[in-house]
Design a protein around this ligand. Structure first.
Ligand code: KG4
Ligand code: ZN
Length: 341
């Protein structure tokens, strides 16, 4: 592929992000990556309020795109294509940026590419591993996803497993809320966990009647709630308290080990030669370390994007958009169905 500048936009939830990425024979390279946080807006509610998020994207989008171009030293007329997340996500948020991207593409008369969110998270790995070998297993763990895909290429994803109930990121967020550690929760629990080497007693891993490899996190949320309720003062103690730190470490260890447990068997079953770990939860220190050592043991390549590329961002969308044919790429109505694009 010859050199091309791609503008990538991502606003499927509460991050408004734009990136200018240069795609060349050597893979993608980030020229700028801008992301504005809405934590101040949603923090008081303890979670993302969809309508507020969409309205805020409307305000943030123009300056965010302008700043991405300015930092890249590029003009709009330098862009070769524009890529934007087409779903899944919060519908109002998606609509805002999707419409803006279509308008910009029409104005500049450049190709427009709608990118599936999961494909974006996979392509975040292209920045560090442009020559990744396939088939690869892709663990996508975020606030809304705890999904495992089989990738046969950068634009070919098939869902093979997903959580039976809650997502890993949501569990982190709820844990932070129970312990009053602030919002967003995953990074707060992770930071607190790293302040100690002590761990509280582990949580019991769920067993599945059908014996199939699987994930479930709703029981963990209940067990955590009971543990916090049965330890007077724990919910108010804050991150300086040794018991809170130890519990956070246990949460980290528990979620990371549960997420990784089915991977070796499925790597074997699908003949995968690589593992990609992406999504916001892939910022987690324990998961990153665990996945890296699992890769060493199995003798496979493990690609974990740098943390700013694990959470939702425009660069991953640009990287995926560079690999897809122009147009609003087709996708299954049911986002959890076969994802081949
Ligand atoms: O991919 P992402 O930015 O947005 C979604 O598509 O959901 O992921 C956000 C999720 C949140 O649940 C957040 O708590 C979690 O990723 N997260 C973490 C860490 N950083 C972010 N979870 C565990 N450890 C972290 N360091
Ligand atoms: Zn995401």
């Amino acid at each position: 592929m010859k050199q091309m500048l791609v503008l990538g936009l991502e606003s499927s939830c509460d991050d408004c992000s734009a990136a200018v990425v240069e795609e060349s024979l050597n893979g993608p390279q980030i020229h700028s990556l801008i992301r504005t946080s809405q934590d101040w807006l949603h923090g008081p509610y303890g979670g993302v309020v969809p309508e507020l998020a969409a309205r805020e994207h409307l305000i943030q989008l123009r300056p965010v795109i302008g700043e991405a171009l300015r930092r890249a030293g590029a003009r709009a007329s330098d862009l070769g294509r524009i890529a934007v997340t087409r779903g899944p996500g919060l519908i109002g948020c998606l609509l805002t940026t999707f419409s803006a991207a279509k308008a910009i593409a029409w104005l500049l008369q450049i190709p427009f590419i709608g990118v599936h969110h999961a494909l974006g998270h996979l392509n975040a790995a292209r920045f560090s591993e442009p020559n990744l070998q396939f088939p690869a297993l892709v663990l996508l763990a975020s606030g809304g996803h705890t999904h495992l895909y089989l990738a046969r290429g950068w634009t070919d994803l098939t869902l093979i497993m997903k959580t039976r109930d809650d997502a890993a990121g949501e569990t982190f967020d709820k844990a932070a809320r129970m312990l009053n550690l602030g919002y967003p929760g995953g990074s707060a629990v992770d930071a607190c966990a790293q302040l100690t080497s002590e761990a509280a007693p582990m949580f019991t891993q769920p067993k599945f009647r059908d014996g199939a490899p699987s994930w479930s996190f709703s029981g963990l949320k209940t067990a955590l709630k009971l543990r916090v309720e049965n330890s007077p003062g724990l919910s108010e103690a804050g991150r300086d308290d040794p018991s809170v730190r130890a519990l956070c470490r246990t949460i980290n260890l528990t979620i990371a080990s549960w997420l990784l447990k089915p991977i070796p068997g499925l790597i074997n079953a699908h003949g995968a030669v690589s593992l990609v770990v992406s999504g916001g939860v892939a910022c987690n220190s324990e998961l990153r370390a665990g996945a890296a050592s699992l890769g060493k043991n199995l003798g496979i390549t493990v690609a974990i994007p740098e943390p700013r590329l694990c959470t939702d961002n425009g660069a991953m969308v640009a990287a995926a958009g560079a690999m897809l044919p122009a147009g609003d790429s087709p996708w299954a109505e049911n986002a959890d169905a076969d994802l081949r694009l």
